[in-house]
Design a protein around this ligand. Structure first.
Ligand code: UDP
Length: 367
């Protein structure tokens, strides 16, 4: 038997921006082990240069072995076509593991292929729940968790969620690995790059892209009206997600010139912005944690969050999409910003060792 045939093969399924960032960190860990081989499938859910290519370049993620080119479609068409294509790849590659990340359509498609072909499935970022069944992400993560063989939980809360749903009685393994995004934040900090836009000393970093906000005209307007008001006090830098841009265009909403709108930035620019901003306002899952990793308070434009531990330690406040609530919450935090003392508990998210924990588990797997 040749050496390469003894390697354990991991088929990694990626498709969306947050997955490139998470997988970039884990891929680096996989490359340290000769006994592992990673085959990367990029579904094409996000495919623009600034939503995809830039992350592969900056984080030196190995070039995808397969690019499926399935983007810009309805949920059903996208997920269905992904299943069909990923199945072909899996039959061809015969991996020991299929590895999926987070909660997108690419995650669910990869998970279904693994379960139908009886390939072991590893889910990174398992156990998270918003308890909002209107979120497509919530459906994707629940279904993926249920058919995973090994569930890598980023937090204690994620483990508790699975236990509450009876997962200890299921034929699966639950591992509290920590959060690979914290590994990334620690590692890439030293490579941070200042974006080329005009940046004032004190600025606020904002992102808006969650479907529950962008698909509701009223909520979307409220958010941008509130940001306009806030931007009269402090510079608001907002890398605009393509979905949000097109939704605003569809309703003929003109974003106020007070807000510094920029194109989506690469991860290294994002890390710079996170390091230097004074506050984050977002509806992103990842940004809520990254704000914390970089010791910034966060205002979250949602009614609930999967990252409840940050709300419990007052690092994050949930304000939803009510215009006045957003503005009030900004003033409340802003007035104390110079006394801000966010004590970051690095253990909450695994102390930067999540990818190592994940890969060690897979290496030790004898089943
Ligand atoms: N991000 C980035 N550039 C941007 C906006 C976000 O690099 O212009 C990064 C961000 O730092 C985080 C990830 O993308 O690591 C989060 O992705 P997103 O907010 O799209 O998804 P979510 O976390 O809500 O699933």
């Amino acid at each position: 038997m040749s050496n390469s045939s003894k390697k354990k093969k991991i088929l990694t399924i990626l498709g969306a921006r947050p997955q490139f960032i998470k997988a970039g960190v884990v891929s680096r860990e996989i490359l340290k082990h000769n006994s592992l081989q990673e085959v990367i499938v990029h579904t094409g859910q996000h495919y623009d240069v600034n939503m995809s290519d830039v992350f592969f370049q900056q984080m030196k993620i190995p070039k995808p072995d397969y690019f499926l080119g399935i983007g810009g479609k309805s949920h059903g068409a996208m997920t269905g076509q992904m299943i069909e294509k990923i199945e072909e790849v899996a039959l061809n590659e015969k991996p020991d593991w299929i590895m999926v990340y987070g909660d997108t359509n690419s995650t669910l498609a990869g998970a279904l292929v693994a379960s139908k072909l009886h390939i072991k499935l590893a889910h990174i970022e398992a156990g998270l729940r918003s308890f909002n069944m209107n979120m497509p992400e919530e459906i994707n993560r629940i279904l993926t968790d249920r058919i995973s063989n090994i569930l890598f939980c980023p937090t204690d809360k994620a483990v508790e969620n699975l236990e509450a749903e009876g997962y200890r009685n299921f034929d699966c393994e639950i591992v509290k690995s920590g959060d690979v995004m914290q590994d990334g934040a620690f590692f890439y900090k030293k490579f941070a790059q200042k974006p080329s836009c005009n940046i004032q000393d004190n600025f606020l970093l904002c992102t808006v892209h969650r479907a529950e906000n962008t698909d509701d005209n009223e909520k979307l307007k409220n958010i941008f009206d509130a940001l306009d008001e806030i931007a009269k006090n402090v510079q608001v830098i907002l890398p605009l997600h393509p979905r949000t841009k097109s939704k605003l265009e569809n309703i003929n909403y003109k974003i106020s010139d007070n807000i510094t709108i920029i194109e989506p930035v690469g991860y290294l620019e994002m890390v710079w912005l996170l390091e230097h901003c004074e506050l984050v306002i977002t509806d992103s899952g990842g940004l809520q944690k990254e704000a914390y990793f970089f010791e910034n308070p966060c205002i979250t434009l949602r009614e609930e969050t999967e990252w409840v531990e940050l709300v419990e330690c007052n690092a994050n406040v949930l304000v939803g999409t009510d215009k006045e609530k957003i503005i009030d919450s900004f003033y409340e935090i802003h007035k104390n910003i110079n006394n801000k003392q966010l004590l970051v508990n690095k253990d909450l998210y695994g102390n930067g060792k999540a990818s190592q924990n994940i890969i060690n588990e897979l290496l030790n797997d004898r089943k």
